[in-house]
Design a binder for this molecule. Structure first.
Ligand SMILES: Cc1cc2nc3c(=O)[nH]c(=O)nc-3n(C[C@H](O)[C@H](O)[C@H](O)COP(=O)(O)O)c2cc1C
Length: 272
């Protein structure tokens, strides 16, 4: 084992109440601790990245209704195919690799995104990336049974990030699930309540003319056909519910996935 440098030995040999020893030991302790923390941070980075990927996959499977307790996430994810959509044309594109593409990063870069004018920015996201990663859920025959699109927008305290799953018709909601937000638990945090999430499947995003009609109402959705585009609001959390309403309507609209979803049956038939 290598011996400690002589200046360390000299400092340690000093009486304990000498300022030079107190400062020296404190410096040494800081040095050792910072090396340990840095080493742990660097060493754990691959594990953190793997966990982040696993968490994304778990959320995608959950919104598609495929997640089961104790299931092997990587195994289940084999039926999911990530694809890139050009939001400007609403078509699939191979311009970037879905395995490397970071939509959040792209939305921050003026070269890979556009600034949204305030009147169009109903989700309060400021910038929109040119490309988005979507996920095709395939059944055993290889047919697409659902398409999952990423959504985000401002609630009351935070930006909510999540996934919206739709049927291959591009209209019917399969589920909505948030994986990141800082709304108040018990109030805005009720967006994660399974009972509220269960209100989304079966709702229709568009009317027959293709206009965005999905809506989180204040209070209770209308019964029967009249409520086919409506989801109950969140009691005591109207501001978060309004944020969810705005973000879902934004992403279903012409500046979000509107062109892609309206075109989805044809796009899947030709390039699915
Ligand atoms: C500490 C605190 C935290 C709150 N957090 C939220 C929240 O996360 N989401 C939300 O919509 N309202 C939240 N509210 C309530 C809002 O201020 C507002 O009263 C509410 O959204 C109105 O909803 P209502 O019309 O259904 O009562 C919070 C209020 C307080 C005092």
């Amino acid at each position: 084992m290598s011996r400690p440098p002589s200046w360390i030995k000299r400092v340690l040999a000093l009486p304990n109440d000498r300022p030079a020893k107190i400062v020296g030991v404190a410096v040494l302790l800081c040095l050792v601790c910072s090396i340990m923390v840095s080493a742990a941070a660097i060493g754990l980075r691959p594990l953190q990245e793997a966990n982040r990927l696993l968490e994304i996959r778990r959320n995608i499977l959950q919104v598609a209704g495929l997640m089961r307790p104790g299931a092997d996430i990587d195994e289940l994810f084999k039926q999911i195919e990530p694809r890139i959509v050009d939001l400007r044309s609403g078509s699939f594109t191979d311009a970037v690799d879905p395995m490397d593409y970071d939509q959040r990063q792209a939305a921050r870069d003026p070269a890979t995104s556009i600034a949204l004018p305030p009147e169009q920015d109903i989700a309060s996201i400021r910038r929109q990336a040119h490309y988005a990663t979507v996920y095709l859920v395939k059944d055993e025959q290889g047919d697409v049974s659902a398409v999952i699109v990423p959504v985000h927008g401002y609630g009351l305290w935070s930006t909510l990030y999540g996934y919206l799953a739709v049927r291959p018709d591009g209209r019917e909601v399969v589920g909505l699930q948030f994986y990141e937000h800082a709304e108040t638990p018990g109030l805005g945090g009720e967006v994660d309540n399974p009972d509220w999430r269960a209100l989304w499947p079966g709702r229709l995003l568009f009317d027959d003319e293709g206009a965005v009609r999905i809506e989180v109402v204040k209070g209770t959705a209308a019964k029967g056909e009249a409520g086919i585009h409506q989801v109950d609001g969140l009691a005591g959390a109207t501001l978060t519910a309004r944020g969810v309403n705005n973000l879902v309507r934004f992403w279903a609209g012409e500046n979000g996935f509107g062109p892609f979803l309206q075109n989805l049956p044809r796009e899947l038939a030709e390039h699915g």
